[in-house]
Ligand binder design. Structure first.
Ligand code: NAD
Length: 475
């Protein structure tokens, strides 16, 4: 052997030891695109190729793929979160970082992929959870890349690939995040385009995804319009729709704890969370004390005429029926910006504004997504529950009570029938952030899947062995 040859072999061995073996050669015509497409049909074709390649791999490889998504979401949360903030211009920068990090760390992955077994006199049946194939996902502007992160972890853990039509106002960060995920996955695993994104999303590209025969399942996260569109798509749809979460505070509540919880939940990312506290019904007996507790906990109270001024500026009338909606100038903006709109400046460190309104104020019925929360005085807990149900609008999304009376909690839980029902904590505790349970940013109320997990994106398959393999049975 020549000296040069030995040297080269040694160098190659050293490189391999450091970076691992090169990925297997990728088949398919779209490798190298890293998931970013302008043409929806092409994106679906690329995601189909990726799905077929994933089918050849085991659960260990799915985990390794997901670990890249997790690592990038966590390690690059500052850069990607800043990008999301600069593009969408809503919410709070520190929460953009935190959401990416949280979704990266906590989204349910392959550990949720469990099978069920029935065994007995007639043998053994194993029920396994198989992928659908290519899933079409629609994501909101309120959490553009975080929703993609959570969806991708769930869906790939279940063995699927996905094509995302992001909100047009969050399309750049969506494409950049997806590009980074795919690049890392491709480099390590040799599969590209497991997550595809439409770089210039429109209603037409969404429609192509909804109707395409190679898209086997739809998952939409957004408001009433997209929820309706998905349900009319003719495909099985998992719909994570809108909410308007009401809060009830009864006379038995720990008022300081309630105030801290409401501020934490309602001010998070300037009230963009679909689960966030949007309107509060407080029984008359403790109403004034609750308002004091809110001020003690750091929220700024607006006077009646200031609320009227904010309402004039921040709630607009849209559509043919001129229904109330949040104004883009105020949606997701800081409390200090809203306070200026109310004609009452507050310091930049104030996280939440609040004040007494009656139930006819549009802040009660509208999903405002901005850090002003109306407090409505009610006679007793029964009236509070009736009004909470009325203004939740039957979305059955999220509701919250602050109380130490288990009977009142039970009454409210039964009446509202929401997917998430929180007692004595901020809204996010219901997603395992300060409470028990697990996390997803796609909470499917209307179609019933609840907080999504990998199993949400699977189809059941049963494998039956007749008269054998019940090893406990008698011959
Ligand atoms: P949005 O409804 O304006 O848009 C959501 C997505 O749907 C976007 O990508 C948008 O382009 C698309 N879209 C809208 N109409 C469509 C149609 N007819 N056909 C196809 N696509 C369409 O909502 P948003 O402002 O981006 O997000 C906020 C809303 O999302 C709130 O109502 C909030 O409650 C809801 N949301 C729900 C969850 C949940 O888990 N249930 C999570 C986050 C946000």
């Amino acid at each position: 052997m020549q000296v040069d040859e030995v040297l080269i072999r040694n160098v190659v061995a050293q490189v391999l030891a450091e970076v691992g073996p090169p990925p297997p050669v990728t088949s398919g015509g779209h490798a190298g695109r890293h998931g970013v497409f302008t043409d929806a049909d092409e994106a679906i074709a690329a995601a189909s190729e990726a799905y077929n390649q994933l089918c050849e791999r085991g659960m260990g490889d799915r985990k390794r793929i997901i670990d890249h998504i997790r690592r990038i979401s966590v390690d690059q949360c500052v850069e990607l979160g800043t990008m999301e903030m600069e593009e969408t211009k809503i919410g709070r920068l520190e929460h953009k970082f935190e959401k990416l990090k949280t979704l990266g760390e906590k989204s349910p992955g392959v550990e949720f992929m469990k099978s069920e077994v029935f065994s007995g006199d007639h043998g053994l049946a194993v029920i396994e959870h198989a992928p659908f194939g290519v899933i079409g996902a629609i994501t909101p502007v309120t959490h553009s890349l975080p929703t993609i992160t959570g969806n991708a972890v769930n869906m790939i853990a279940a063995g699927n690939s996905l094509v995302v039509n992001p909100h047009p106002s969050g399309k750049r960060v969506a494409a950049e995040g997806v590009r980074r995920f795919n690049e890392a996955i491709h480099r390590d695993m040799g599969i590209d385009n497991l997550i595809c994104v439409i770089a210039e999303p429109t209603l037409e590209t969404a429609d192509i995804i909804f109707k395409h025969r190679d898209v086997k399942l739809i998952c939409v996260t957004g408001g009433p319009g997209v929820a309706r569109a998905a349900l009319n798509s003719g495909k099985r749809a998992i719909v994570a729709g809108p909410g308007n979460p009401p809060v009830v505070v009864d006379e038995t509540a720990d008022l300081d704890r309630a105030a801290r919880s409401i501020i934490q939940g309602a001010s998070y990312d300037n009230n963009l969370l679909c689960i966030a506290e949007k309107e509060v019904f407080v029984v008359d007996q403790v109403f004034d004390r609750m308002m004091d507790a809110m001020e003690r906990a750091g929220a700024a109270r607006l006077l009646c005429k200031e609320i009227a001024e904010l309402t004039r500026n921040a709630i607009i009338q849209v559509g043919d029926d001129k229904h109330d909606a949040p104004s883009k100038d105020f949606l997701g903006q800081d409390a200090a910006v809203l306070a200026r709109g109310a004609g009452r400046p507050v310091s930049d460190d104030v996280e939440l504004l609040f004040g007494e309104t009656d139930e006819s104020n549009p802040f009660v019925s509208v999903e405002q997504m901005m850090p002003f929360v109306p407090f409505v005085r009610v006679r007793d807990v029964d009236e509070a529950i009736v009004k909470a149900k009325q203004y939740e609008h039957g979305f059955k999304h999220t509701s919250i009570i602050h109380s130490t009376n288990v009977h009142n909690m039970t009454k409210m839980g039964r009446a509202l029938e929401t997917t998430l029902f929180v007692k004595n904590g901020p809204c996010m505790a219901s997603l395992g952030l300060g409470g028990e349970g697990y996390l997803s940013f796609s909470i499917a109320g209307p179609t019933g899947e609840g907080v999504t997990t990998p199993l949400t994106f699977t189809r059941e398959r049963r494998c039956s062995m007749i008269d054998d393999l019940w090893i406990l049975g008698r011959p």
